[in-house]
Design a protein around this ligand. Sequence first.
Ligand SMILES: Nc1ncnc2c1ncn2[C@@H]1O[C@H](COP(=O)(O)OP(=O)(O)OP(=O)(O)O)[C@@H](O)[C@H]1O
Ligand SMILES: N[C@@H](CCO)C(=O)O
Length: 311
Amino acid sequence: MPFVRATAYSSSANLGAGFDVLSLAHQAYKDVVEAEIVGEGKSEVVIQSNSDLPLDPLKNSAGAPVLNLLNEMGLKYRVKLRIHKGVPYGLGLGSSGASAVAAVAALNSLLNLKLSLEEVVRYATAGEKAVSGSPHPDNVAASAFGGVVAVVSTSPVRIVTIPVRLNFKITLIVPRIHTGEGKTKRARELVPKQVDIGKMVENMRYLSSFVLGITKGDRELTRMGLNDEIVEKSREPLFPYYPKIREIALRKDAVGVCVSGAGPTILVLSDEETDLEGIKREVSTVCNGFETVCDFVDTQLGGGVETERFN
Ligand SMILES: Nc1ncnc2c1ncn2[C@@H]1O[C@H](COP(=O)(O)OP(=O)(O)OP(=O)(O)O)[C@@H](O)[C@H]1O
Ligand SMILES: N[C@@H](CCO)C(=O)O
């Protein structure tokens, strides 16, 4: 039977003050999901996976959106999803989002549903809702579109790819820790429901500065903008090492540094002016001080989801 293989990259969301709005895809890791029709008459999803993730489609970020899509469109197929997990999960690398995007994109191609990328994102958010209780669209937008994206609307879904005119390399500081079930769900519960107007204005300054910096190729604007007074601060108990890592990265002239999504991974942007090896040396000591080993993954911006059909 024909099947479609979809590949979606890992991502880092928020990017400082862009909580649930900004995100970027990177080539560090990828999920591969194959979709195949294995029966008809009822809307069903069966999952095979090389991981210890839930095989119940309603608890798997790949299965939930596909089942949602089948039911919403009245498609009476039994769909098998073979998930080859490559994005480590619970680490702020958009793992749940990558699976969700790859699964929806694979079915879209297999059944020739002609969904736009924005519709793929809309369906994929059901995967985020299934695993974190919130249909946050940022990770899935980056894995779907690639590059650096802004979610400018959720009803309807509207994603804009941000033209990047700044030269930078990406380094992910990935602590070797297990965050347990529903890390993002717990992290979202720490975000305040109301904020001080002064902090909101400060964050709007940061977000404007970051987006203008990368689109104008202005290193200083980018560096000033990659900051957050609200969400990162509210979640600091989840990554108490972050302030020290941030201080080291900025002292060693990084282009910018922020928490990757809901963490615990930290994202560092660097260029030829940055003492990246010096950052890695000092950060390793900080991680050891927290009885943690950190891995450093040098990577670059990733592209959008890709599909390949096998007849
Ligand atoms: N296909 C899947 N891929 C990854 N995680 C999944 C998947 N299906 C269910 N999960 C569950 O979702 C949780 C991981 O998602 P979570 O949103 O917490 O972190 P993440 O997606 O790895 O990173 P981020 O902070 O960028 O969202 C884990 O509890 C995992 O068991
Ligand atoms: N915007 C989401 C991203 C999760 O990776 C959050 O911070 O909860």
